[in-house]
Design a protein around this ligand. Structure first.
Ligand code: DC
Length: 228
């Protein structure tokens, strides 16, 4: 059975990473969270006070983004993103970094910089990658493309719960406004806007439990890999 590439795209906070991680574990594949790569660059620009596009582009050669596996107490492994060798996972999941990531991801040179690295990660296949442009730009020939969606309210509630769990004190209306703003930016930018690949399978998980959703996805995955 040959390994395939699984491309997962969709709006922010619609559970892409949870699904991608579960599928990667099921398949024995490598998981790559491309949003974390944009967030790492966003963190760099915040730390170095870079706001002008030209300054951000000029800084790209000084930025190295990578991933490390970290052992969790329960014997599980987690993937953390690194910025110039530093584990920055703890700093990248804030609204501020998310918004900056959405902004810097509109810069053509930033996208080209990360897309090249993402394509290199998929050379040996056996990869589940999630993001906004994976099925359309990074791996247009991916054997399995999923496009995830859920209503803005459902996604805002999930994001709100996540932030509370992390000890932050969000206001629901702000989180919802943020989800809507980010959707608008992600779908309207000139460079690789978020859109559904024509051959993607659409999964609207507003009213699906995680188990129901994974069952559908595992079945599709098995069907495709059995024919490889
Ligand atoms: O999935 P996320 O929320 O961690 O992504 C953060 C931002 O990065 C998001 O607003 C859009 C951008 N992004 C992108 O443009 N392309 C990707 N492949 C992944 C993320």
């Amino acid at each position: 059975m040959n390994k395939i590439i699984v491309a997962i795209d969709g709006y922010s906070s619609c559970g892409k990473s949870t699904i991608a991680k579960a599928l990667a574990r099921y398949a024995g594949y490598t998981y790559v969270d491309t949003g974390a790569m944009y967030r790492a660059i966003a963190l760099y620009t915040l730390r170095h006070n870079l706001t002008a596009q030209a300054d951000i582009i000029a800084a790209l050669p000084d930025i190295q983004v990578g991933f490390i596996q970290v052992a969790l107490p329960e014997g599980e492994q987690a993937q953390h993103v690194t910025l110039n060798g530093e584990d920055v996972e703890a700093f990248i999941r804030t609204l501020e970094v998310g918004n900056r990531a959405s902004e810097i991801s509109t810069i053509k040179e930033v996208r080209a910089f990360l897309v090249a690295q993402q394509q290199a990660m998929g050379v040996a296949k056996g990869i589940v990658m999630d993001g906004r442009d994976i099925g359309t730009v990074v791996f247009p020939d991916a054997e399995l493309k999923l496009f995830l969606t859920a209503s803005p309210e459902v996604r805002a509630q999930r994001r709100f719960d996540e932030l509370v769990e992390k000890g932050q004190q969000p206001v629901f209306e702000d989180v919802l406004a943020d989800v809507n703003d980010r959707d608008y930016r992600d779908t309207h930018r000139a460079e690789s806007p978020l859109r559904q690949a024509e051959d993607a399978i659409v999964v609207d998980n507003s009213h699906l439990t995680r188990e129901q959703q994974m069952q559908v996805i595992y079945e599709v995955f098995d069907k495709i890999t059995n024919n490889q």
